[in-house]
Design a protein around this ligand. Structure first.
Ligand SMILES: [Fe+2]
Length: 504
């Protein structure tokens, strides 16, 4: 079974959690720091003092490489292990990486007894911790799961880690009962999105190794995860006769570095030849590139060779829309009414955009953003999404994350990138009372202000699981009231004028 890897800042409680977890699960407890000390026959503080950090990181890298080559362990890591991308990649390959997080005060409280920590031997240790946390945040983000341990007893944290294990490792579908509050972040959303895609999906790294496959992939090709994970995608499922072509396509894929299509036969244990049309899109996370393959079975007679397609710009545009449709569909599968909502929002937003003569390019972008703006809701627990009562502070915090998750997805896919400012700002209010940043007035991008009007109007005039819709007159009155508060007054006037004239 996969490893459980705990990463996080010192004082996040990872060592205690890792030891307890190993004890309760019978897995082997492995500490990267201990292994470094054994190997160097020295305390870590002494290695830092005598050989310096760079040397320490080199040894750490070697140890990480070794421990990630084995399975069935609970791995406890040092706070800086995340700084090396290759470390994270290795750890994620054979393990589920859980990041324990805490706020500055909590970390300060938990670490102040560690008098030997050089970190605290400064005038303002809190400031130092804050700066380090900020610096490391993007690295920690690469973990599969995040748990904010601030104010939590370690037994509760342990319980949450076990919930993640149960859901993730035992393949239980759904939202993980007990994963309340804001415990599961980006990794959870992205995995759900890929699992929801109704076609086989694999993620391949820059070296051509498979790093993720969805369940649909495993069932379609009758494979187990171990048959394909960490192996070249070509040796895994491509018949020998087509491997030469596949390698050429692999090269082409890297060179093109944009969405492309190819058809290829597939063999896997127990499956006779199937011919699959793959849609491949590069996913860029800072400097790391992954390729997402989405496969659709072709009805055509089986061909033993592979064919890549050269797409004209028109065909490329169509392929972009196709990929977007696949993601949209996956995002909406658990909340079908969100799909309907988004489609209506798109119509309203496009009409208002046309009325104010927004350029064609910007209008197109707005339409895409309108469709995808709520896709991040896939990462919000259903109990919160459908709750009739008022949300608690923590629940609302999770709810608010949806605009951020949607934008994160758009950030990874090059042809969606320009929709980020629209998606991330769709809950900003004109008077600055919105989220995530509390931007005000003209500082909110125009397209996001349009989207917000369309979004609110749609919400008011459609039934929801928790309430009936308002009449058009009631909706107009409510929106008149929100002018200058939630929504842009000038744009709202134009929009409501259209509503009164019966444009919709
Ligand atoms: Fe939203």
């Amino acid at each position: 079974m996969k490893n459980i890897v705990l990463v996080g800042f010192m004082g996040s409680g990872k060592t205690e959690i890792a030891k307890a977890l190993a004890h309760d699960t019978g897995k082997e407890y492995v500490s990267v720091d201990n292994l470094i000390e054994i190997r160097e026959d020295k305390l870590i503080s002494d290695i830092f003092r005598d050989e310096g950090e760079e040397y320490f990181r080199t040894v750490e890298r070697e140890v990480v490489k070794e421990v990630s080559a084995k399975l069935d362990q609970v791995i406890d890591t040092g706070g800086g292990v995340v700084l090396n991308r290759q470390n994270m990649k290795d750890l994620r390959r054979t393990g589920v990486v859980i990041c324990l997080w805490a706020d500055v005060d909590a970390i300060y409280d938990r670490t102040k007894e560690y008098a030997h920590r050089p970190l605290l031997e400064v005038d303002d240790p809190r400031k130092m911790i804050r700066e380090l946390l900020e610096y490391r945040r993007p690295y920690y983000k690469k973990a599969n799961y995040h748990i904010d341990t601030t104010g939590l007893d370690l037994t509760i944290v342990l319980d949450r880690v076990k919930n993640i294990m149960r859901n993730r490792l035992e393949g239980r579908q759904g939202r993980g009962r007990g994963l309340e509050e804001n415990t599961v972040l980006w990794g959870y959303f992205s995995e759900r999105l890929l699992q929801n895609i109704k076609y086989p999906v694999m993620l391949v790294d820059n070296e051509g190794q498979v790093v993720f496959v969805n369940k649909k992939y495993l069932t379609a090709f009758s494979l187990l995860e171990n048959d394909i994970m960490n192996r070249s995608w070509i040796n895994g499922i491509i018949p020998e006769s087509a491997r030469g072509d596949a390698w050429k396509i692999n090269k082409e894929m890297k060179r093109k570095n944009r969405l492309f299509k190819f058809d290829m036969p597939v063999v896997a244990s127990g499956v006779s030849g199937k011919y699959i049309s793959w849609l491949v899109v590069p996913i860029k996370e800072e400097k790391t590139v992954f390729y997402m393959f989405v496969g659709r079975e072709k009805e055509d007679p089986v061909d033993s060779s592979a064919k890549s397609h050269t797409l004209s710009s028109k065909e490329l545009h169509a392929a972009h829309l196709e990929m977007m449709g696949i993601l949209f569909d996956a995002g909406m599968r658990s909340e079908p009414w969100v799909a309907e909502h988004s489609a209506r929002v798109k119509t309203f937003a496009a009409s208002l955009a046309k009325k104010i003569k927004l350029s064609k390019v910007k209008t197109e972008r707005l339409k895409v953003a309108a469709l995808l703006h709520d896709i991040g809701k896939l990462g919000v627990e259903e109990s919160i999404l459908f709750k009739k009562e008022q949300l608690t502070k923590n629940e609302f915090r999770q709810m608010k994350m949806h605009s951020y998750w949607g934008a994160e997805m758009a950030r990874l896919i090059y042809f969606l990138r320009k929709t980020i400012p629209i998606i991330v700002n769709h809950h900003e209010n004109f008077d600055g009372s919105g989220y995530p940043k509390g931007r005000k007035g003209w500082r909110i991008p125009l397209e996001a202000r349009i989207l917000s009007i369309a979004d609110i109007y749609e919400a008011l005039t459609a039934d929801r699981p928790y309430r009936e819709k308002f009449s058009i007159d009631e909706a107009v009155a409510i929106m008149e009231n929100e002018k200058g508060h939630k929504i842009d007054p000038r744009l709202t006037d134009i929009f409501l004028d259209m509503v009164r004239k019966g444009v919709f």
